[in-house]
Design a protein around this ligand. Structure first.
Ligand code: ZN
Length: 89
């Protein structure tokens, strides 16, 4: 089907030849194909080969890490009272 419109999947790596950005997917989304080595797969699975749409992007954004307190651990200071402007002069 040479007339089937296809789109490249950014960042997709071919499972056979290992090259990146060589995977195209038919607009219908039922077949992925490597333009480098000719590898083809009838049913793309997983988010890596799923065409990016507003729907999938919204779903990805829904995954949020919970807010968490950040602890700053000071490991580089030599003295205990290094930050004292009056003691410096
Ligand atoms: Zn390939």
């Amino acid at each position: 089907m040479p007339d089937t419109p296809r789109r490249f999947i950014a960042g997709a790596v071919c499972p056979r030849c290992g090259l990146m950005d060589k995977i195209v997917v038919a607009v219908g989304g039922q077949e992925r194909l490597c333009v480098s080595c000719g590898y083809s797969d009838a049913r793309p699975e997983g988010p890596a080969v799923e065409p990016k749409t507003r729907v999938t992007r919204g779903a990805a954004r829904r995954v949020e890490t919970p807010a968490e307190a950040v602890r700053l651990i000071d490991t580089g200071t030599a003295g205990s009272d290094a930050v004292d402007p009056d003691a410096a002069e």
